[in-house]
Ligand binder design. Structure first.
Ligand code: ZN
Length: 379
């Protein structure tokens, strides 16, 4: 299968590979299938779905995903060794990521090898994969710490040997968006091969770095749902998609209204539910409490919302707390079918603020109803 042609930028979501690699996370096959199905329905172009070399169980689950006949391309992760690629072939996938360590630190201190060895290994593994007509992404592990000219050498070999793209990995999440841009641009200026960026969130910059890589010319980007992944995680699918749309003006035309749904699914399956204030998919990220903001958003949502909450499957929520104002209160009362004449609104607002302060938390519908009934009795 060729690269989806109607998409300039292609998401390669690796929730089922790098996401599952998170310490302590395991998905059942049923969960993998549900996650894959939903990502496919949302319109994600490619799913990295496992590591066949891990053994029979992993191979069987990848085979089961292949048998689902999804529109998304399935790709597996492999070391640059023939045995790994053979294991991938046995699962029925037609695309592989062939990963090699490319920094001198990894080459010397992890592998005990040389740059020459890495180049040879690439030729052998890539040659084998292409003999079998596989679509190949060459994954440059720890590329962020590698010598850029060595990366260019590898890129040229990859191109000559028929690779389909080259993955630049900030394996340790140590870059910032500016250095990511510079490095990816350096490679893009020296090769015709499609580039892919794989970023990690160790310094809180996975999304920013993914965007920087795309701006520098990468056409493929790795994500995971909720940013699940090794250590501090990967670039979250939901953030990359929405940031591309609203910060960069690049609409991938995914069904973003299901981002919260897929976030919940992966949160449950991984045993790592997202916080209420998680960017984009947190249940409460469209909450407004302060009188000024609530009033502003009720007059015109664009005053205090960068995009419509419905775009990601959320809804606006007006919190009643110590900073609330009249308009927010009226709106919340209205939602409960309660009406209070204007003359009594100020005194009721005072009671609401006092109650929230005493409870040290915002008031829920039950609290509000109770206060309202008390107010009616007082009156
Ligand atoms: Zn990774």
């Amino acid at each position: 299968m060729d690269t989806p042609k109607n998409q300039q930028i292609v998401i390669d979501d690796t929730t089922l590979r790098d996401g599952e690699q998170t310490a302590g996370v395991v998905f059942t096959l049923a969960e993998k299938k549900r996650i894959a199905r939903m990502l496919d329905e949302i319109g994600v172009g490619e799913l990295e779905c496992g590591i066949p070399a891990m053994g029979r169980n992993e191979q069987a689950s990848i085979r089961a995903l292949v048998d689902m006949g999804l529109a998304a391309r399935l790709i597996t992760w492999n070391r640059a060794v023939i045995a790994d690629i053979r294991a991938s072939l046995a699962t029925g996938v037609r695309a592989v990521d062939i990963s090699l360590s490319v920094s001198d630190i990894h080459i010397q201190r992890k592998l005990g090898k040389s740059r020459r060895w890495v180049k040879e290994q690439l030729k052998v593994a890539l040659g084998f994969a292409k003999q079998h007509d596989l679509y190949v992404s060459v994954g440059a592990e720890d590329a962020s710490r590698a010598d850029l000219d060595f990366l260019v050498e590898l890129l040229r070999i990859a191109e000559q040997e028929g690779a389909d793209r080259f993955r630049f990995c900030d394996t340790l999440g140590i870059l910032d968006p500016f250095s990511t841009f510079d490095k990816v641009k350096y490679l893009a200026d020296r090769s015709h091969l499609d580039l892919e960026v794989h970023t990690h969130n160790d310094l809180g910059m996975a999304t920013a770095n993914a965007l920087a890589g795309i701006r520098a010319g990468a056409r493929f980007v790795n994500t995971t749902v909720n940013g699940l992944g090794e250590r501090a995680g990967n670039a979250p699918l939901e953030e990359v998609v929405m940031a591309l749309k609203h910060a960069c003006g690049i609409d991938l035309k995914l069904d973003t209204s299901r981002l919260v749904e897929v976030s919940k699914l992966v949160g449950e399956a991984s045993g790592r539910p997202v916080s209420e204030w998680k960017a984009v998919v947190g249940e409460k990220v469209f909450s407004h409490e302060s009188g000024l903001h609530a009033d502003g958003v009720l007059k015109f949502p664009g005053n205090y919302e960068g995009y419509d909450p419905g775009e990601v499957g959320l809804s606006r929520y007006l919190v009643l707390g110590k900073h609330s104002g009249r308009h927010g209160l009226q709106e919340r009362l209205g939602k409960l079918g309660l009406v209070l004449e204007n003359s009594r609104l100020d005194s009721f607002l005072e009671r609401v603020r006092t109650a929230a302060q005493a409870a040290k938390r915002p008031l829920n519908d039950g609290d509000l109803l109770q206060l309202f009934q008390q107010q009616i009795r007082v009156a």
